[in-house]
Design a protein around this ligand. Structure first.
Ligand code: NAD
Length: 456
């Protein structure tokens, strides 16, 4: 563990000696990062194939392309984000000026999960660099091939006192969390999120926690079922359901249930062919431990589509389960795999109350054309973010801050929100010396009425 401590110390010492990264260096490093990622695209894809059986298409769209897009967006906007912001000054303080400076927090720790191991490591990293921080990165040990290529890329682009990579699992992360950082950005499970928040509290370190949970998908009677099913199947089975914002479970109005099931079956065939197992477009479960966890949730008597699996190949078919009740085991925790339980309902109130009874979801999806039903859902249920008539693509818009609420997370990022998350807003009032109103100085006698006049 001394290696972990000495690598962190090197980054901290550099921050204490030289501060954060200058505006010019940030831009230069982000440019280099784009060049190296582009050059190593095939190697990243290969690592994602080995770790998760991800197709080249998914690897690009949800990992490499996502990061390149974010780098382009930052390049376009970084100058305006970095520039000091003049804000208005109340009459009583004139002719002074008020300015907000964005400064880096200092040394940031980024801890990443395995499900989108490249994107979820690099996206916070580039936000932290854009804001001028030095960074310690801990990729997920579970996606081990991707962790290696991440280290290679970072070592190609950054000096080791700008960004350093710590490989490892619980032991290494525990050692890391004992160090004092200026900010911790964690993506992973709610249970480990609590461990991170406790450790951060010891040093009063601010945190962003990007966690998980059960994200409901409501299909109203007013939904266009054909389109809804396609978008749900895509969102649920991308990365074999191992996506934090995947629809976790379905709430389908009973009047459209049969149509939904029929369309679901035909869509699986349309997307993955007669045998999903042979499709190059369907990922595998990350490891046997997660495979076993998922199989323990699979009640074959409730399977209406899919259900077959192969432990050796870490394959579980896209599976729809019906006649599920809120008390079933599969409704307890985030599923994080290609099992989709369905509960039917006859009125929206029937589903809103139980959703409110559960921890706040990271995402929620509503399918329907009825605007009053949509309003009811959006007004009454608190959730991290989501879509109306789609799944997951709210992540793609950099103008939408991404994050959870309650058990699904603390804070948010993406686009400008990444920059503000990784910055401290330093407020400065610049006083002028030409005028010096005597009103605030003692003796106060006779001055209070003037103050009251200004307050109004
Ligand atoms: P995880 O919490 O097991 O691991 C995340 C990271 O924490 C890894 O780097 C791991 O090495 C480290 N870690 C694990 N146990 C630890 C411990 N006891 N002490 C200190 N560090 C520890 O999560 P995971 O299995 O990698 O990822 C899946 C979870 O992440 C799901 O719950 C999913 O919903 C969530 N997730 C959330 C988002 C989001 O953006 N909100 C994105 C992806 C995944």
């Amino acid at each position: 563990m001394s290696d972990v401590i000495s690598k962190v110390k090197k980054v901290k010492d550099a921050y204490h000696m030289n501060g954060g990264l200058s505006a010019g260096l940030r831009k230069e490093r982000l440019k280099q990062l784009k060049r190296v990622i582009t050059a190593k695209e095939a190697l990243i894809s290969k690592a994602l194939l080995l770790d998760l059986g991800k197709s080249e298409f998914e690897a690009y769209v949800s990992e490499v392309g996502f990061i390149l897009d974010e780098l382009n967006f930052i390049k376009k906007n970084i100058d305006s984000w970095m520039s000091p912001k003049k804000v208005s000054t109340p009459l009583v303080l004139l002719p002074g000026k008020s300015v907000v400076y964005s400064e880096p927090h200092g040394v940031v720790l980024v801890i990443a999960p395995w499900n989108y191991p490249f994107q979820l490591c690099l996206s916070p990293l580039i936000g932290a660099i854009a804001a001028g921080n030095r960074v310690v990165v801990k990729p997920s040990e579970v996606a081990s091939q991707t962790a290696l290529i991440i280290q290679e890329i970072i070592e190609d682009v950054f000096e080791d006192d700008e960004v350093t990579v710590i490989q490892g699992a619980v032991e290494e992360t525990t050692t890391l969390l004992k160090q004092k950082f200026d900010y911790i950005f964690f993506t992973g499970s709610t249970s480990v999120g609590k461990v991170v928040m406790k450790a951060a509290a010891e040093h009063l370190t601010p945190v962003t926690l990007e966690l998980g949970g059960k994200s409901p998908c409501i299909v109203d009677q007013s939904a266009d079922i054909g389109t809804a099913v396609k978008r749900i199947v895509w969102g649920k089975f991308l990365n074999a359901g191992q996506t934090c914002v995947a629809p976790d479970y379905l709430l389908v109005h009973e009047s459209v249930k049969d149509e939904f099931i029929a369309k679901f079956k035909s869509t699986i065939k349309e997307f993955y062919g007669d045998e999903t197992k042979l499709s190059p477009d369907f990922s595998r479960i990350i490891n046997q431990k997660h495979f076993d966890r998922l199989i323990s949730l699979l009640d074959q008597s409730k399977v209406i589509e899919g259900g077959d699996h192969d432990r050796e190949g870490r394959y579980i078919a896209p599976t729809l389960l019906t006649d599920i009740s809120w008390d079933d085991k599969i409704m307890e925790d985030e599923i994080f795999g290609p099992l989709l339980p369905m509960i039917s309902f006859s009125s929206l109130n029937e589903v809103i109350a139980p959703i409110l009874d559960h921890p706040r979801p990271l995402a929620l999806y509503f399918f329907g054309e009825d605007s009053s039903a949509e309003k009811q859902v959006l007004d009454r249920i608190s959730f991290g973010g989501g879509c109306v008539n789609d799944t997951m693509i709210h992540l793609v818009n950099p103008n939408l801050p991404f994050g959870g609420t309650g058990h699904s997370g603390v804070g948010s990022y993406h686009g400008e929100k990444s920059f503000t998350t990784f910055s401290h807003e330093k407020s400065v009032f610049k006083q002028m010396n030409k005028v010096d109103l005597p009103l605030r100085y003692p003796p106060y006698k006779g001055k209070l009425n003037w103050i009251k006049f200004f307050v109004g």
